[in-house]
Structure formats: structure tokens, C-alpha cells
Design a protein around this ligand. Structure first.
Ligand code: C2E
Ligand code: MG
Ligand code: MG
Ligand code: MG
Length: 285
């Protein structure tokens, strides 16, 4: 009986591993087609100036609805893209699409909107691709000023290859692009590199923000990041603001910018434009 049970477990384990491998394989092959056929879209989530309530920009987030697989979370398909090399074309597509969305919004409005778009960069993409030239071309192709595209990167990209990261960040600053450290607090940040690299913004990870009103330790971390940022002359964005109480608390703590479901969920390009146009000159948090 014992042996049978054990074998049973092994079978279940094997089936689990097999299913996982099959899903990974089908995501990879269908993602490759989706990229080639324009099957991905960007969703735009508003970024709110916590002191004035103004919309300062949007974060561009990749979305994929596949005929067979349905909605696949970016957490899952970005990981597959990183493992398979598809992150390079995906990252290029995201940068071009974000720049073009800005230029389409400008055209609709009749002048440049006073907002920018944040584009996420994967550490693997940064290692493999010439991200600076890619942005330069995307900006030129869309006819958009560099200060309207913010690069969001994570601490792991800097740790992986500090020299390469420095060269890239300097090149992005040469294009006038702001640079944000995403998911800040979750990695092993090197405080010296924060100081010496041309970083403009720290985005405090949602895991600290969303529970900071109930969890004292999280609040301490948020305060520490805010005072660190002040000393280093960096701006701070808080992710994962799901309630007005959180928005007000962060406003009182002097946090610059906020993002979260309390303000708005990520939305399609046209809805994002309408959201901005309806609120751009009178907003309160
Ligand atoms: P991220 O860059 O940290 O993006 C923020 C994530 O938090 C998004 O998840 C967003 O929908 C979610 N979020 C925003 N406000 C709230 C809130 O109030 N509550 C909760 N629970 N969640 C909130 P999403 O869209 O699922 O994206 C997940 C991750 O996938 C992103 O995390 C980013 O790391 C990656 N990703 C998405 N698009 C791209 C892309 O184009 N390129 C790369 N390299 N990565 C991307
Ligand atoms: Mg991000
Ligand atoms: Mg983030
Ligand atoms: Mg995050």
C-alpha cells in the first residue's frame, strides 16, 4: 500500500510537471504568433500626482487575450517571453506602441498632452537588446519627445550587470527619458548605486503600500523609502493604492505620485484618453 501511494504521488507529480511544460510550450508558441500578428495590446493605468490630484501619466501594461488560452496574465507570459527570447520583440513592441499611443492622443487633442507613459523593461531584455537605440527609434518613429517616455526597470537589472546598466541609463538620460526603479524594496538594492546612477523615481512595491495602514512594519518601510528618496533627491510613486485612506495617508507623508485601483484600473488606449480628457483640469484625490 505504501509503495502504491508513493507511486501515485510520483504520477501526480509527473502529470503536474507535464501539464506545466505543455502550458509553457503552448504559451510560447501562441505568444510568438500573437507578437507577429499584432495580438497583444497595451493597457494604460493612470499615475496621479498625490498633492494636486492631476494625472501625470500612465503606466503601459501588456495585455494578451488568446483565442485558446483566454486572458493570460502578464506575470505568466512575460516570464515565458524572458525564458524564450521573445522578450526582445515584446519589449520593442511595447516601446513603439506606447510612443504611438502618445502621438495618437496628441493628434486627438490637437496638441501635446501634458502626460507621459511609463514602459516596463525586463532585465533579460536589457541584457540582450540595445534598449537605448530601440527607444530612440521608437520616439523618432512616433514623433514624441523623450521626456514623455519613462523607463521602468528593476533592481535586478542593475545587479546583473552594473556597468552595462550604467551605460544604458546614461544613454536614456541623453534622450531626456525619466528613469524609475520599479518594485522598489523587494530586491537587494545597493544604496550606493541608487545615488550614483541617474535614477529619477522610486516606485514603492505594492506589497508594502497596500497593507501599510494595518501593518506597522510595512508603514515603517514606506516611511524609510520616502526619507531615503528625499535625501537622494528622488521622486516616489506608491503602487497598489486601493483605498482613499491610503491615498490620503501617502499624500500626508509627502509622497509625490500614486497608482492603484482606488484611482483607476488599467484601461484601453481610448478609455485612457477619455479618462484624462474628462479630468485633466479638475481632479481631487
Ligand atoms: P508592474 O510593472 O509592477 O505593474 C504594476 C502591476 O500592479 C500591474 O499588474 C497592475 O495592473 C497592478 N496594479 C496596479 N494597481 C493595483 C492595485 O491597486 N491593486 C492590485 N492588486 N494591483 C494593482 P499587471 O498588469 O498584471 O502586470 C504585472 C507585471 O507584469 C508588471 O508589474 C510588470 O512587471 C510586468 N509587465 C506588464 N507589462 C509589461 C511589459 O510590457 N514589459 C515588461 N517587461 N513587463 C511587463
Ligand atoms: Mg512597472
Ligand atoms: Mg511596479
Ligand atoms: Mg510591482
Amino acid at each position: 500500500v505504501k509503495i502504491a501511494k508513493r507511486t501515485g504521488k510520483v504520477e501526480i507529480y509527473r502529470n503536474g510537471v507535464l501539464k506545466e511544460a505543455q502550458r509553457r510550450f503552448s504559451i510560447e508558441s501562441r505568444l510568438r504568433d500573437a507578437l507577429a500578428q499584432g495580438g497583444l495590446t497595451l493597457a494604460f493605468q493612470p499615475l496621479i500626482h498625490l498633492q494636486t490630484g492631476e494625472i501625470t501619466g500612465f503606466e503601459a501594461l501588456a495585455r494578451w487575450n488568446d483565442e485558446e488560452l483566454g486572458d493570460v496574465s502578464p506575470v505568466e507570459f512575460i516570464a515565458v517571453a524572458e525564458e524564450s527570447g521573445l522578450i526582445t520583440p515584446l519589449g520593442r513592441w511595447a516601446a513603439y506602441e506606447a510612443a504611438q499611443a502618445l502621438s495618437r492622443w496628441d493628434a486627438k487633442f490637437g496638441q501635446a498632452l501634458p502626460v507621459g507613459v511609463n514602459v516596463n523593461l525586463s532585465p533579460i531584455q536589457m541584457a540582450r537588446d540595445d534598449v537605448a537605440s530601440m527607444f530612440e527609434e521608437a520616439l523618432r518613429y512616433a514623433g514624441i519627445a523623450g521626456n514623455r517616455l519613462t523607463a521602468e526597470l528593476t533592481e535586478s537589472a542593475i545587479i546583473a550587470d552594473p556597468d552595462k546598466a550604467r551605460k544604458l541609463l546614461v544613454a536614456l538620460k541623453g534622450l531626456q527619458m525619466p528613469i524609475a526603479m520599479d518594485d522598489f524594496g523587494t530586491g537587494f538594492s545597493n544604496l550606493a548605486s541608487l545615488h550614483s546612477l541617474p535614477i529619477d523615481i522610486l516606485k514603492i512595491d505594492r506589497s508594502f503600500v497596500s497593507t501599510m495602514l494595518e501593518d506597522h512594519d510595512k508603514a515603517v518601510i514606506v516611511r524609510t523609502i520616502l526619507s531615503l528618496a528625499e535625501s537622494l533627491n528622488l521622486k516616489v510613486t506608491a503602487e497598489g493604492i486601493e483605498t482613499q485612506a491610503l491615498a490620503l495617508a501617502l499624500q500626508q507623508m509627502g509622497c509625490w505620485q500614486g497608482q492603484g485601483y482606488h484611482f483607476a484600473r488599467p484601461m484601453g488606449e481610448n478609455d485612457a484618453f477619455d479618462y484624462w480628457r474628462a479630468r485633466w483640469n479638475f481632479e481631487t484625490i
